[in-house]
Design a protein around this ligand. Structure first.
Ligand SMILES: Nc1ncnc2c1ncn2[C@@H]1O[C@H](COP(=O)(O)OP(=O)(O)O)[C@@H](O)[C@H]1O
Ligand SMILES: [Mg+2]
Length: 237
């Protein structure tokens, strides 16, 4: 058994979270969505986070992705503490470490595919030219090299999900987080999107965490973590 302290100092551990809680609201309407969660993941690992609707999956992913601050607990990315940081520190941490694939993909409707993918790199300070070159490389990688100038509305659901993946990979953030990326896809497209994410972990050494309750893709995970009522459980019912 490896102790928490050892894991915290293991350089392969990219995500480290101990006893994380999150309470939404306060007083009579307070709701504790996470009730003491331990989680970690390593470079090159492809982890799925599974649990029923309302169990806290999106909340946990958002905390790991520096979108939300935890109410309490210890969260570190590459050893850098992110719990206890003020909200205004989150965007810098997110840009440094995280590619986030949101549920419903969140593409910008008025921007073409290439601009959707290059935007995060431009926000990281790269020139338009470099950002576009990288966007084109990634779009070829996800099989959309012939769709650079299309708008999101001209694409199928699976193609949009691939654009969202390319966007999350732009600038090569070491941690890729995806919230139910296959929920709106047919079985074949869902499997190909999942294979692509797995390849990112395998070949790129990214840490990839996918929230899903899609049992068609569980067999592709290196490890499945189950969450119920804001707790990690060993044996889901
Ligand atoms: N912004 C919020 N304000 C209040 N309650 C919330 C908020 N976001 C989520 N919740 C509640 O927290 C619980 C966990 O939500 P969530 O993390 O979205 O679960 P999942 O992604 O597993 O469906 C749910 O009961 C949900 O209603
Ligand atoms: Mg959710």
């Amino acid at each position: 058994m490896t102790s928490a302290a050892q894991l915290a100092h293991d350089e392969e551990t990219t995500i480290f979270a101990r006893n994380v809680t999150k309470t939404y609201g306060s007083g009579a309407v307070a709701y504790q969505a996470l009730r003491g969660v331990d989680f970690e993941a390593r470079a090159g690992e492809f982890v799925m986070l599974n649990g029923p609707s309302g169990s806290g999956k999106t909340t946990l992913l958002s905390i790991l992705g520096c979108v939300l601050t935890p109410t309490s607990g210890d969260v570190r990315l590459f050893g850098e503490p992110i719990s206890g940081q003020p909200e205004r520190a989150l965007p810098r941490l997110r840009l440094a470490y995280i590619g986030f694939i949101f549920q419903g993909h969140n593409l910008i409707a008025s921007l073409d595919v290439r601009d959707n993918v290059s935007l995060p790199m431009r926000m990281r300070g790269h020139s338009v030219r470099d950002a576009n070159r990288e966007a084109e490389r990634l779009l070829v990688r996800v099989g959309l090299g012939d769709k650079l100038e299309r708008l999101p509305r001209d694409l199928s659901g699976g193609q949009r999900q691939r654009v969202a993946i390319a966007r999350a990979l732009a600038g090569s953030p070491p941690i890729i987080l995806a919230d139910e990326p296959t929920a709106s896809l047919d079985a074949e497209t869902g499997a190909s999107v999942t294979h692509l994410l797995k390849e990112m972990a395998r070949e790129g050494g990214h840490t990839v965490v996918v929230v899903t309750h899609d049992n068609r893709i569980f067999h592709l995970a290196d490890r499945i973590v189950h969450i119920e009522d804001g707790h990690i459980v060993d044996h889901p019912v």
